[in-house]
Write a protein that binds this ligand. Sequence first.
Ligand SMILES: [Zn+2]
Length: 220
Amino acid sequence: MDTKDHKHTNHREYTLEELNARMEIHGVDPRVTEYLNRCIAFHTFPAPGLLIGAFMVDYALELLGARTDEKLYAVCETHKCAPDALQVIAHATYGNNRLRIVNVGKFAITINRASAGDSSDGVRVYVDPKKLARFSTIHTWFTNSPDFNKKTMNNQLFDEIFSAGRAILSSERVIVKVEGKQKWKAVTCPKCGEMVPDYSVGADGVCAACGPMGYYEKIG
Ligand SMILES: [Zn+2]
């Protein structure tokens, strides 16, 4: 940031220490403060959606009566920021295959326990537009309004997120369809010579990377 501009607008984003002081001032529960700090460390910066995501995960866990050390499954309805709150707090990660991104573009999450059957009772938590009306800065940011100025309004947004906590969220009980583990065997792709699960081979007989999912070209 330009130093002159910085002085002129007198705006600088809160440091991590200042963020923590703001959490305390706004009465954020110490449990959530700890979640928020772990999320920020993992995500590498305090993205507003990540912070709201941490409140969402905390709320969903409470409604489900679940502990963070249980084996939990989660769905995130956006790929933006919120998935990291599920990974860090509920340990439902992309890598352990307990986190699904169903990218319908909603700021919503669902958490459920493991199930032997083909469904599981879960809790869905979402940002409720009706409740956002009381929080004008969050509303302006959330709706991607041109009135939101990241350079001058980010701290105000942080304050409002900490002050609102769960007040912008609603929840519902849901039944989540559970997908069983797929059986597979390894096959060698005739084009690249690398091995893939048989279900990854397309109708063209080559692996998905040699087919429609190719994302690179070799150099030299
Ligand atoms: Zn291949």
